[in-house]
Write a protein that binds this ligand. Sequence first.
Ligand code: SF4
Length: 346
Amino acid sequence: MVQALVCAFLIVLLPRAMNSSKDFINDNGLNSHLSALIQNLDGVEKEAVARQYIPDMQELNIRSDESSDPISDEKYTPINGIVHRYPDRVLFKVSNVCDVYCRYCFRREMIGVGVGSSHLSDNDFDEAIKYIKSHKEIWEVILTGGDPLILSPRRLQKIFDCLGEIDHVQVIRIHTRIPISNPTKINDMLPPVLKSVSKAVHIVLHVNHTVEINDNVGVAIKALRAQNCSILSQSVLLKGVNDDAKTLEELFKKLITLHVKPYYLHHMDRAIGTSHFRVSIKRGQEIMKDLQGRVSGICLPKYMLDIPDGFGKIPIDNGYINALDDGNKYNIEDYQGCTHIYSDEI
Ligand code: SF4
């Protein structure tokens, strides 16, 4: 693995990195939306977006606690395309590619053109649908990948039609970065497909910084909202991108003005070669505490850790409440850091 990365850098990336930064961006496989966005930004904002997509020599620093499957998707994969970790929901990995390649991605070793087919084979797709049909406890199907919205409207329609016939599936959730990374892809073709879905559809946008939300992104979000979909967001807490309260405040407020509910702020998973993006849990909790005091509650996502080795997600916001020894009393901390005793008499 290390040798392969070294070779990749020496053969492909190093010569590019020696060019001017403008050429590097254009020659880096980014789509025109992202190239233009990065080139029109300056300073820390430019760095915040570029850092998410442009390879960095620090990726060669591989730590012993990193993994190619940091949350153990593999362990919970009964058949190709399905991850069944929690009883009432499954991940349905309908695509192996995205419109972008995020350098911190926890599935960075499992997605992209190098992993084989870009989407599930017909046979694997049929088997996955059979699996969902035969597991009556599955209430929610989460379309992920890769990015599901990279698929053609025809393929998406087939997915929605098949899931639409399964009575116990009540909710379809779609995790996507495309409205942010390539918003003009949300064109006239997609909304009618979404509108035809007979289940409740929730779309979760992956967005990390306010400057990623320009006018085109606003148009794409509006187009999605105009269908029968609710829109949520998820972000990853990343060093040098959004690891301060002001940046996240701006992001979450912007999302709420676009009717997008901030849902999760993820503590980054330990994928191989991503340690230069790490922010400590302590710092993450400080940021969330800062936000708690100064931002409207509707703007606040949950700060979440996916426990390594597949033990699931837990909220890791700072503990504001601690039980005291004598039964029904609690030590409570308010958002300004003052403590109070709360007596929980019933
Ligand atoms: S869009 Fe999501 S799945 Fe795709 S590379 Fe980025 S973080 Fe990973």
